[in-house]
Design a protein around this ligand. Structure first.
Ligand SMILES: Nc1ncnc2c1ncn2[C@@H]1O[C@H](COP(=O)(O)OP(=O)(O)OP(=O)(O)O)[C@@H](O)[C@H]1O
Length: 588
């Protein structure tokens, strides 16, 4: 399954010593310590799921405990009320999965619908364990109310066997998580964390990804809870509670979020030391934990165990080192000339913010192979028009067709499906990813990425390849983007948009902040895109010389209205445009 020998070797370096430790540890540890560690290993699985959601995807969740509690209660309820046996174990495990699926679906849908904010999603994750705990409290004798369920029959295994079983499961889970997070598909999580907006405008349905991820991590957390209840013979509402959910966040933060190994070690070490401290210092151990948390957040924001993590990071970094990626010309799925109608058509587009009419009755169209520039003084409504074209929910009135598709209320990722690409004024790339990874993420819509491996080939359409070659970014495929210059980031973003194989591209001030030579290069590239590759470009630009050099047609906006449309010569020679730019025209 693991094709890459380097990754296979490096994973073996992690797995074999860890498995050896798991096998040997019960021979040297006392019963009390083994007992504590088994509990901690279950909690480490939960911490791992929080790390994937928070550390890698940027979704701060207090609600993973609810999944853990749901799995624990699936076991507790089945073993208490139905009985114990292999069939009941399977039934309880099945119910744990179903419960996680349902909770994940409902919570995910509430948290990640189009337009919801990260804060809103975190608030929902706070509400979830509170609601679930109340349900358990009000369950009477069925759920055991505040006392929970105890004394039910559970698997009668030796303590050492439990330890080896849970320890091995944690090692395997950690290895698979490593593999997933470093795969081409797994890198999408980091892209979402870095820049959700850019992901949407690359055609990625973020809500769907997050819901799937919440369900998958929820199922793992729930199965960990199921295992914990089977081992301990006790379930209590606190297992599903908000306090426990917050404790997990502390373990992850202390261990080092976004590092895979950090949260695992954090959960095991903190839970294990807490067990000893709570016995020896019953009243002050939580204070110690709190102080440690504050100190780590202030002094070591990346985690408590940098020395240990350093060793693991070396392995992490080694596996994260991108292999040399080979650029390959892609089979373009939409050959030029496939659609012969208007590339883009706007009819009576309107937009207002409260009583302020920002756009009124904007009607124009553009064909494939045209480079239409949208000009107008500051506040004319150019960027607002770009937003209306790329997000169906933005406009207040009128109709927009992209390649004949009425965008209606389509969100950005659906507008991309119609053949639209949008480049923002400020370059939006993924800061923690390499140039190649950014481009691969841009290909997600066209080539479904692998969720277990990383490809050594990067398929791009010819025009995206030309941008990379012209700007020499093809020599920097393995470079992390936060080290690129402003001009390189602009070029990379353009290449990412072109990797989508769009037929209509919106460009908002692509030359802002660029040097004269970079500006000329971008100008040549844009002309090529229209004349050689037949793309339709809609350009917002303040630099009128640049507009004059490259445009096939110009549309002039003033105070939210389309006041003129014509050839470069017609517009440049127009008295109306001169008046608008001199500022002496009030209302067109
Ligand atoms: N979210 C918003 N809420 C209220 N008013 C807004 C909002 N966004 C834009 N506006 C207003 O809409 C008008 C048009 O803004 P827009 O940014 O589209 O103009 P522009 O032509 O792109 O200007 P510039 O060239 O300076 O970028 C401005 O008066 C602006 O203040």
């Amino acid at each position: 399954m693991i094709k890459d020998p380097a990754i296979r070797r490096q994973l073996m370096w992690l797995i074999l010593p860890a498995l050896l430790l798991v096998l040997v540890a019960p021979l040297v540890l006392d019963t009390y310590t083994i007992n504590i560690l088994i509990r901690a290993l279950f909690f480490a699985m939960l911490a791992l799921t929080v790390d994937v959601l928070w550390g890698y995807t940027g979704y701060l969740t207090f609600g993973q405990s609810a999944f853990f509690g749901a799995g624990a209660y699936a076991a507790g309820l089945v073993f208490t009320h139905l009985g114990f046996g292999p069939g009941y174990v399977l039934l309880a495990a099945f119910l744990a999965v179903v419960a996680a699926l349902l909770i994940g679906l409902i919570t995910g849908w509430l948290s990640f619908y189009h337009g919801s904010t990260p804060l809103y999603a975190s608030v929902i994750s706070l509400v979830l364990p509170i609601v679930l705990t109340q349900v358990l409290f009000s369950g009477g004798t069925f759920t055991g109310s505040s006392s929970g369920l105890t004394g039910y029959e559970a698997p009668d295994l030796e303590l050492e066997t439990w330890f080896r079983l849970v320890g091995s499961a944690l090692v395997v889970l950690t290895a698979f998580t490593c593999l997933f997070l470093r795969s081409d598909g797994g890198r999408i999580l980091s892209a979402i964390r870095d820049n959700e907006t850019r992901c949407s405008y690359l055609g990625i349905d973020i809500s769907r990804y997050k819901i799937y991820l919440l369900i998958a991590t929820g199922i793992i957390a729930s199965l960990a809870g199921f295992g914990y209840a089977s081992f301990s013979g006790v379930v209590a509402p606190e297992l599903a509670g908000f306090v426990f959910g917050t404790e997990v966040i502390i373990w992850v933060a202390l261990g080092g979020r976004g590092t895979i190994m950090g949260p695992v070690l954090g959960a095991v070490l903190i839970d294990w030391s807490s067990a000893y401290l709570s016995g020896n210092l019953p009243y002050v151990w939580k204070l110690f934990l709190g102080i440690a948390f504050v100190l780590v957040i202030v002094l070591l924001p990346k985690g408590l165990l940098p020395a240990i993590l350093k060793w693991f990071r070396k392995i992490n970094d080694a596996t994260q080192q991108p292999k040399t990626v080979r650029l390959v010309l892609a089979d373009t799925t939409q050959p030029a000339g496939l659609y012969t109608g208007l590339a883009i058509e706007l009819k009576g587009v309107a937009k207002s913010f409260g009583s302020l009419n920002v756009l009124s009755d904007i009607t124009f169209s553009a064909r494939a192979g045209e480079l239409v520039s949208l000009i107008g003084p500051n506040g004319a409504g150019k960027t607002t028009l770009m937003r209306c074209i790329s997000d169906g929910a933005e406009r207040g009135g009128g109709t927009i067709y992209i390649q004949g598709h009425d965008i209606k209320l389509a969100p950005p990722h659906q507008c991309v499906q119609f053949g639209l690409g949008r480049k923002f004024q400020t370059a939006t790339v993924f800061d923690s990813l390499t140039v190649a990874e950014c481009l691969r993420i841009a290909r997600t819509r066209i080539e479904t990425p692998s969720f277990s491996t990383r490809s050594t080939e990067l398929h791009l359409p010819s025009y995206a390849l030309e941008v990379l070659r012209a700007t020499e970014l093809d020599q920097k495929l393995d470079v992390v983007t936060n080290t690129l210059s402003h001009g390189e980031k602009q070029a990379l973003e353009l290449a990412m948009v072109l990797a989508l194989e769009p037929r209509v591209v919106l460009l908002d001030e692509p030359t802002a902040g660029l040097s004269q030579s970079e500006r000329s290069l971008i100008g040549r590239i844009l002309v090529d895109l229209t004349s050689r590759f037949g793309l339709c470009l809609l350009l917002v630009e303040h630099d009128l010389d640049f507009v004059r050099e490259i445009s096939s047609r110009i549309v002039v906006l003033h105070q939210g209205r389309l006041v003129m449309e014509g050839t470069v010569r017609e517009v440049v020679d127009s008295d109306l445009v001169k008046t608008i730019y001199s500022g002496s025209l009030g209302h067109a």
